[in-house]
Design a binder for this molecule. Structure first.
Ligand code: FES
Length: 377
């Protein structure tokens, strides 16, 4: 059997499978190459160039996310040239639009002091809503750069807030295209794309309409893919800072698919939901209900006590009384009309285990096979 091809990354030799990119080989071997535009499950575009590496014998730096590994390749992932290129890319991004996480005038030695100052002011609404959870900010910190080097370029497009779910802040967009790929390649909704040209480039929906007037289905895949603060959940923006929330993993209860999600919880309330990356069945994707339909959890209208209807009106009851009444009535119906006069409807929004218990109760206790579920309950 032929030996696997190998390449050298920062002095260490690794084997790879034909077709793997340099980035994939590096990640598999715990070598950290930064990325911004790269999105798993989508074709690499090589748009942001932050993942460039130096390959011996190549005339230019190569985007590792889009360059296939080759036998005997010798790659340097953090050489002087690479670092210089990454710093320049970051400085260009930071000088375009509004990136006040790493504001102008703070390169090199003053940078940490500046960050500490910003940290103290983190509640100011002027500060980016994803401060502390932004890939661009992380990289600015890693490479110690700000937007000072190049002339500032203000954003051309106003922030769009006129829909119930997503705020589009074009001043923070770095045009990495992850949202476009998330929408087109991952969810296959084809709601957004690149529009206009050159310095006027903008991510547009249906020929530059508002999201609410486009064919966007508000699955929020674009929000989850956005590495910066350009796309943010409306209810979270400026209300909840990333470090105030703790993540609790659970299974979506809306349908039977079993999508894996994280509840972002603050003060015992769910304030945001994201998909769990890299695990089946949803691999991070969610639908509009799974991502945004959670207000009911803390709704004031939820029943907290059982109600019994008497003379056309409901009155509150204890659990003992309510369950006793149900048992009595079911027994009476069973005796008078037979077990098959009773039917049980469960729900796709409860867990498998709850549905299992319900069918057991129906078959073993009520002695009927009349059990079904209603997807809308
Ligand atoms: Fe490779 Fe953007 S991550 S070019």
């Amino acid at each position: 059997m032929d030996a696997k091809p190998t390449l050298t990354l920062d002095g260490n030799t690794f084997s790879f499978d034909p077709g793997e990119t340099i980035l994939e080989v590096a990640r598999r071997n715990a070598i950290d190459i930064p990325t911004l535009c790269h999105l798993k499950r989508a074709t690499p575009t090589g748009a942001c160039r932050i993942c460039v590496v130096e390959v011996e014998g190549a005339r230019t730096l190569l985007a590792s996310c889009a360059t296939p590994a080759a036998d005997k390749m010798v790659v340097h992932t953090e050489s002087k040239k690479v670092v210089q290129a990454r710093r320049a890319i970051l400085q260009l991004m930071l000088s375009s639009g509004n990136h006040n996480c790493a504001v102008r005038g703070a390169d090199d030695q003053d940078w940490t002091a500046f960050q500490l100052k910003v940290q103290q002011e983190d509640r100011a609404t002027a500060l980016c809503p994803v401060w502390g959870d932004c890939k661009l900010q992380d990289l600015a910190y890693r490479y110690q750069v700000s937007g000072e080097r190049f002339p500032a370029e203000a954003s051309r497009y106003p922030t769009e807030t006129v829909n119930p779910f997503i705020v589009r802040d074009f001043s923070r967009c770095i045009l990495c295209g992850r949202c476009v790929q998330a929408c087109n390649d991952v969810q296959v909704n084809h709601a957004i794309n690149f529009g206009y040209r050159g310095s006027e480039t903008k991510i547009v929906a249906s020929g530059d309409r508002l999201l609410k007037d486009s064919n966007c289905v508000f699955c929020g895949e674009c929000v989850q893919a956005c590495p910066v603060g350009a796309l943010v959940e409306k209810d979270v923006r400026y209300h909840h800072r990333p470090w105030e929330m703790r993540k609790v993993r659970t299974t979506c209860t809306y349908c039977g698919v079993g999508c894996q999600l994280y509840l972002h919880v603050k003060e015992n309330r769910v304030v945001k939901i994201t998909g769990v990356q890299d695990v089946p069945p949803n691999h991070g994707s969610l639908c509009v209900k799974g991502r945004f339909g959670f207000d009911f959890i803390a709704s004031e209208d939820r029943l907290k006590k059982p109600l019994i209807k008497e003379n056309g009106a409901f009155r509150e009851a204890t659990w003992e009384e309510a369950l006793g009444r149900i048992a009595e009535n079911l027994k009476e119906i069973q005796t008078r009309h037979g077990a098959d006069s009773i039917g049980v409807l469960t729900s796709a929004r409860i867990t498998n285990e709850e549905n299992y218990v319900a069918q057991k109760f129906t078959r073993a206790v009520l002695k009927t096979n009349n059990i079904d579920h209603c997807a809308r309950l």
